[in-house]
Each structure stands twice: as structure tokens, then as C-alpha cells.
Design a protein around this ligand. Structure first.
Ligand SMILES: [Zn+2]
Ligand SMILES: [Zn+2]
Length: 251
């Protein structure tokens, strides 16, 4: 199954690399302008305006964790997820890039961000201390509708940057959840309860894991996935996402 997913991703990338930039005029997905930048989906001006993080963040208080620090020095941190690695805040620049990847199938926009994320992690993470990368699974019906699971794609690009293997089916989605948009933190937590189980065929005992999702908002999805991984014996979990959103969510 994993091989199939890799093949689908690689052929999707290939189609884009060989056709899209050449058939379509290069139009920036952020500012909509036609341009002559090296990437057809992103003009050089917007590329410079992307405000990438230089360090990981605390899962609990969302503050930056000092380089080299294992835990947040401002709060007790989270028992489930030690830190979040992200490209940036979910701002007006990164949002259209992520949307073009997830909803319009502009695969190279996702790869561009995942490679940036991988570079940040390669600089600040001791890859020897991490055993595996685990993507957050989509419900099979949602994955069929979209054609791919964006978290698996991001995981595979991170694998290429970090040389850490992906366990694409370590987590299994057992319940379809409603769209989290418009739900407050409490409702999001309730919505995600029981959404996942760990795959009993995969040994997760004492493994240190990078959990991958596209965006974290309230943290409800990652927290529920992390709970299941911890119950399956995982020792440490770091979260990797393209962007961190949700300072505006009501409690
Ligand atoms: Zn632009
Ligand atoms: Zn903190």
C-alpha cells in the first residue's frame, strides 16, 4: 500500500514538473500576478515575503522554544507532544499556498513548503533520536474524494530531507469526523474523540515519533492522535505541520 502511495505521489509530481509550469502561464497563487520566477506557482516577491520560523514551538502555549531546548521554558509543556515544527504562522501568505496544494492539487506548492520544513528540522532536530514519521490519516471516504492524503505526501517529503522512514499506516482512522471549521476548542476535542486507533501490526513500543499533519489549529486532531500513539507505547512525539493557526479560537 505504501509503495502505491509513493508511486501516486511521484507521478503527480512528475505531471506537474513536466506539464503544468509549461502549459499554464506562471501565476502566483498568493498575489495572482503573472511572473517570471523560477517556480510557476510562486512569484519571487511573495517567496521573499514568506516569514519562515527559525525554531520549533511549544504545543501548549505556542511560544517559540529556544534552540537546543527539549522543552518549553515558559510553561510545563504538553505531556503528549513535546514540540511543534512548522514553516510559519497560518498567515495570508502561506494560506493560499497550502490551499492550492490541498484543494487545487498544486502538488509542488506542498513540496516547496515541506522541503522548507525539512530544512528547519534538519538544522534543529537530532534525527538519530527519532525513529519514524507517522502521518495523520484521513478517513478513507475523504481521501478518495481528495485523491490523496496531504499528510502522507508531507511525510514522504520530510523522509527525503531527514532520512527517517515513514510508517504511513501506523494510525488508522476509524471514525469520520465533522469539519472542525466553526467549532470552539472544546467542541473540536469532542469531535476528534475516538477518531483513530493504532495499527497493532506495527511495533511502536518505545519509538520516538514525528507526527505529521498539514495545519494545526486547536491541536485537537494532533492531541487525539498522540494519545493513541502514547497508549501504543510511543515514548516521544514531536508534531510537524506546514503552519500553526488558531490563536483566534474561542475557548
Ligand atoms: Zn506573488
Ligand atoms: Zn509552553
Amino acid at each position: 500500500m505504501k509503495d502505491n502511495i509513493s508511486k501516486i505521489r511521484q507521478s503527480a509530481e512528475h505531471i506537474f514538473d513536466s506539464i503544468m509550469g509549461f502549459v499554464y502561464p506562471p501565476q502566483c497563487v498568493i498575489c495572482d500576478k503573472l511572473h517570471e520566477g523560477e517556480r510557476f506557482f510562486l512569484c519571487d516577491r511573495c517567496a521573499h515575503a514568506l516569514d519562515f520560523y527559525t525554531a520549533p514551538h511549544c504545543f501548549k502555549c505556542k511560544n517559540m522554544i529556544d534552540s537546543g531546548g527539549r522543552k518549553c521554558s515558559r510553561c510545563s509543556g504538553s505531556d503528549r507532544i513535546s514540540k511543534i515544527w512548522a514553516c510559519s504562522a497560518y498567515d495570508d501568505f502561506i494560506r493560499p499556498l497550502i490551499h492550492s496544494f490541498k484543494y487545487a492539487g498544486v502538488i509542488p506548492a506542498g513540496k516547496y513548503l515541506a522541503v522548507k520544513l525539512g530544512q528547519l528540522m534538519a538544522d534543529g532536530l537530532d534525527a538519530h533520536d527519532v525513529d519514524t514519521i507517522v502521518p495523520v490519516p484521513l478517513h478513507p471516504m475523504r481521501e478518495r474524494k481528495r485523491g490523496f492524503n496531504q499528510s502522507i505526501f508531507i511525510s514522504e517529503w520530510l523522509q527525503e530531507e531527514l532520512n527517517i522512514s515513514v510508517y504511513a499506516d501506523a494510525l488508522i482512522r476509524i471514525r469520520r469526523t465533522r469539519d472542525q471549521t466553526g467549532l470552539n476548542r472544546q467542541k473540536r476535542r469532542e469531535n476528534m474523540l475516538g477518531a483513530f486507533r493504532a495499527n497493532s501490526k506495527i511495533d511502536l513500543e518505545d519509538k520516538s515519533v514525528i507526527l505529521v499533519d498539514d495545519v494545526t489549529t486547536s491541536g485537537a486532531t494532533a492531541s487525539e492522535a498522540a494519545k493513541v500513539l502514547k497508549n501504543a507505547g510511543v515514548s516521544e512525539i514531536q508534531l510537524a505541520v506546514l503552519a500553526i493557526a488558531g490563536h483566534d479560537l474561542q475557548e
